[in-house]
Design a protein around this ligand. Structure first.
Ligand SMILES: Nc1ncnc2c1ncn2[C@@H]1O[C@H](COP(=O)(O)OP(=O)(O)O)[C@@H](O)[C@H]1O
Ligand SMILES: [Mg+2]
Length: 266
């Protein structure tokens, strides 16, 4: 059964897109069948894997609006062995147009259900807001991965995100869980990092991934070549860290599956 994870944090610049692209590439490198879904009208994930966002024939926008079957909009990322459902700025219009449509929060979920059996993992990149696009992503997934920069204001706004996750869990997606907290642009030498670290572990316990993603220039350079870092520089610290994250994600998903099996067995 496929595992669907949304990468969300309403703050911009915390590493959502970097994590989406490189986690997708690292899971594919580990032999998993992966779909990356770009739900941000900025189309950064789309560009980041080398797909020209301005000349898309089909995108996630048409899929959500019910104009194009998801199968037609999905395309392969040749360099990396996974698929992408791309986005561009057309998606901005969906925010407004969705409001008048039936099932406005469940559109992405229904689209992904049609292709879920083809994939082991589906990774959804979110825009920096708690908008209808993010709500669609949270309704469509099993778990939320929250990337966080360990800086002074890191925890600010986190309670809004957690409250949104809880509300959607109650109303629209009862099995929704916080899958993990990922520390990004990590600098262990900063004393602030240690403080934020301690708080994250206090609130989220073992949901905090053991791997932290270091600040690494290769991760910032790779998107301008339209490549995941594994293709751009597979020896880099960033590439190795995201491979480590993929390992942890796979391990946790096996634990969930065992727990679910035991749950149904009892
Ligand atoms: N671990 C990292 N090391 C160095 N630069 C990073 C790292 N993670 C992200 N960046 C850079 O920081 C900026 C914001 O990251 P991005 O993934 O686009 O964040 P978001 O999607 O949350 O807005 C981008 O320029 C990206 O290349
Ligand atoms: Mg982004």
């Amino acid at each position: 059964m496929s595992q669907i994870f949304t990468i969300a944090n309403q703050k911009g610049g915390v590493g959502k897109t970097t994590t989406s692209v490189n986690l997708a590439a690292s899971l594919a490198h580990s032999g998993k069948r992966v779909l990356l879904v770009d739900m941000d009208p900025q189309g950064n994930a789309t560009m980041g894997v080398g797909v020209e966002k301005n000349s898309l024939e089909h995108s996630v926008y048409e899929v959500i609006m019910g104009e194009t079957p998801v199968e037609e909009a999905v395309r392969p990322v040749e360099s990396s062995g996974f698929d992408i459902l791309p986005a561009n700025r057309n998606l901005t219009a969906a925010e407004v147009e969705l409001i008048n449509l039936p099932g406005k929060e469940t559109r992405l979920r229904h689209a992904l259900l049609r292709v879920a059996s083809r994939y082991d993992f589906i990774i959804i990149d979110c825009p920096p807001s708690l908008s209808m696009l993010t709500v669609n992503s949270l309704v469509a997934c099993h778990g939320v991965i929250i990337p966080m920069q360990c800086e002074y204001y890191a925890l600010e706004g986190l309670s809004d995100l957690v409250a949104t996750i809880q509300r959607i869990g109650k109303l629209l997606n009862p099995s929704l869980r916080i899958e993990g907290i990922l520390r990004t642009m990590y600098d262990p030498r900063s004393s602030l990092t240690n403080e934020v670290n301690a708080q994250l572990h206090k609130y989220f316990g073992n949901k905090v991934y053991r791997i932290a993603i270091p600040r690494n220039i290769r991760l910032a350079e790779a998107p301008s070549y339209g490549q995941p870092v594994l293709v751009y520089d597979r020896q880099s610290k960033g590439a190795i860290a995201y491979l480590g994250l993929a390992g942890e994600v796979i391990r946790r998903s096996k634990e969930h599956q065992v727990a679910e099996l035991q749950g149904t067995g009892n």
